[in-house]
Design a protein around this ligand. Structure first.
Ligand SMILES: Cc1ncc(COP(=O)(O)O)c(C=O)c1O
Length: 483
């Protein structure tokens, strides 16, 4: 036994790891000032300053710091050196990839959640916090039109949501002998689906890429054909992933028809709504997305369509039982798990300890109200239509399909130009558009040809920035005509 004298009244001493009292307020104030400056200066900030990153910077080689560093010095380092050296997905000019958001209220939720550090893996350890998260998921189900009784889990993003759905479907339909299981998705699906197939042990050889129509939407007739062929070959079709907004063209698959095929064939139907599902809030688009609510599972990404900070995805399901069957595990040291209406989130995903993700969804919904999100999404749709309408009138611009939601691709055509050279000139067009860093677009390859994409999904993108974007694009098109 270790013998040691403990004084009755230890001298008052702050724990070096615990920032308290005045130091805490000071740190919050200083950080708050930096954040407020960051947000208010966003309209003038560059959309891409990743070139500021210096691979030779001395700090990259710093050893672990044994002693404390001055907090103000650290804030300056972060805000002056690290944060700017990046693409700027918080900028209103960010029309690249699928824009993220950066809603401050979500960040505030994250700060509160991290500070109070409630354990939300198990219901019993923080019942009110877990119920608040469950409530936020229920709201999301309702907003997405899912049937009563639907619920789900919050995840780090759609890649994780899809993986969880796939593993649950695999367990439910195939059990432990799953090597003959087959997955279907269109050839325009996001690369997180083949990745999930690989991680789930099915491999890409068991993934069938279904043909698309002229609007890049999955063809249900080809889906049926492929399922039939696989059954005849003695394989076990069990999972179809359709898309509520593909990443390349923004196309929405015929969800109702795919749901019908899935029901008739006894397949689990998962909808990848990472980019598009949130547009279910826009009344004008509810019909295009109709059928989404028939899915067994739906991946929605609040960190895209609801403008939250990265790391907030959701998997919504009609039935929680398959998730529990796939991810449940127990240990004698753990509290008793709940049955019925209460949920221990650790039983429904691969995670045990987890962030209290619910707060960064619940707080923004309460603080701003759903109508604010709806209005912002309505505006994104309106801006996308305006951009499409403007560009389709330009004689040498080709737009293969009108935007189903808020994303479309386009390219400049040149007479007597070979495909490879035309692609190179479109790459050049993209560089010209992005060069002054007021807007940022990205490109993609569809059917072997290079296209630029315009994706409007940032809460800060408004009429003024779109006008500026269209004028930048017009100038770049003009310059590009000259060579
Ligand atoms: C259509 C689509 N599906 C899935 C994903 C993957 O989402 P996450 O990055 O949240 O994992 C993305 C990401 O952009 C996407 O656009």
């Amino acid at each position: 036994m270790i013998e040691k004298d403990f004084p009755d009244n230890p001298p008052p001493r702050l724990n070096e790891l615990d920032t308290q009292s005045d130091a805490l307020r000071w740190l919050l104030d200083k950080t708050g000032e930096r954040l407020a400056d960051f947000i208010t200066s966003l309209p003038g900030q560059s959309t891409d300053s990743s070139a500021l990153f210096d691979p030779e910077a001395s700090w990259l080689k710093d050893p672990p710091p044994a002693a404390p560093t001055d907090a103000e010095e650290l804030l300056s380092f972060l805000f002056d050196k690290v944060i700017p050296a990046a693409y700027n997905p918080a900028s209103p000019g960010y029309l690249a990839y699928v824009p993220g958001g950066g809603l401050f209220s979500a960040a505030l939720g994250e700060l509160i959640a991290g500070t109070v550090n409630r354990y939300t893996g198990c219901w019993a350890s923080a019942p009110a916090a877990v119920e608040l998260e469950t409530q936020a998921i229920r709201w999301l189900c309702e907003l997405m039109g899912m049937p009563e009784g639907s619920l789900g889990v919050l995840t780090s993003g759609a890649s994780m949501s899809t993986l969880i759905a796939l593993v649950a479907a695999r367990e439910k339909h195939l059990g432990e002998e799953f090597s003959r299981g087959v997955i279907y998705s269109s050839r325009e699906i996001h690369h997180s689906i083949p990745k999930a197939a690989r991680i789930a042990g099915l491999g890409e050889k068991n993934l069938r890429l279904v043909e698309v129509d002229e609007r890049f939407r999955m063809r249900p007739d080809d889906l049926r054909k492929k399922i039939q062929a696989d059954r005849e070959a003695g394989l076990l079709p069990f999972f179809v992933c359709s898309s509520a907004g593909t990443v390349n063209t923004g196309s929405v698959d015929p969800l109702e028809e795919i749901a019908r095929v899935a029901a008739e064939e006894g397949l689990w139907h998962h909808v990848d709504g990472a980019y598009g599902a949130a547009f279910r809030l826009v009344p004008e688009l509810a019909e295009s997305l109709s059928g989404m609510e028939l899915a067994d599972s739906l991946a929605v990404d609040p960190h895209k369509g609801l403008f939250l900070a990265y790391g907030t995805g959701a998997l919504l399901v009609r039935d929680m039982a398959p998730l529990r069957e796939a991810f449940q595990s127990s240990a004698s040291y753990m509290p008793e798990m709940q049955e019925g209406e209460h949920y221990d989130f650790c039983e429904f995903t691969p995670e045990l300890s987890r962030q209290w993700r619910g707060l960064r969804l619940w707080l923004p919904l309460k603080l701003h109200g759903v109508d604010a999100f709806r209005k912002s999404l309505e505006l994104k749709r309106e801006l996308a239509l305006r951009a499409w309408n403007h560009l389709r009138k330009v004689e040498d611009v080709e737009i293969p399909v009108a935007p189903d939601l808020s994303l479309f691709m386009f390219r400049q055509e040149f007479e007597n130009c070979k495909p490879a050279e035309e692609d190179a000139r479109n790459q050049r067009l993209l560089e010209r558009i992005n060069q002054d860093r007021r807007i940022m677009l990205t490109g993609t390859i569809v059917d072997g040809r290079f296209y630029l994409r315009l994706c409007i999904l940032h809460m800060r993108t408004d009429h003024a920035r779109l006008d500026e974007a269209l004028s930048i694009i017009s100038d770049a098109l003009e310059e590009n005509r000259e060579g």
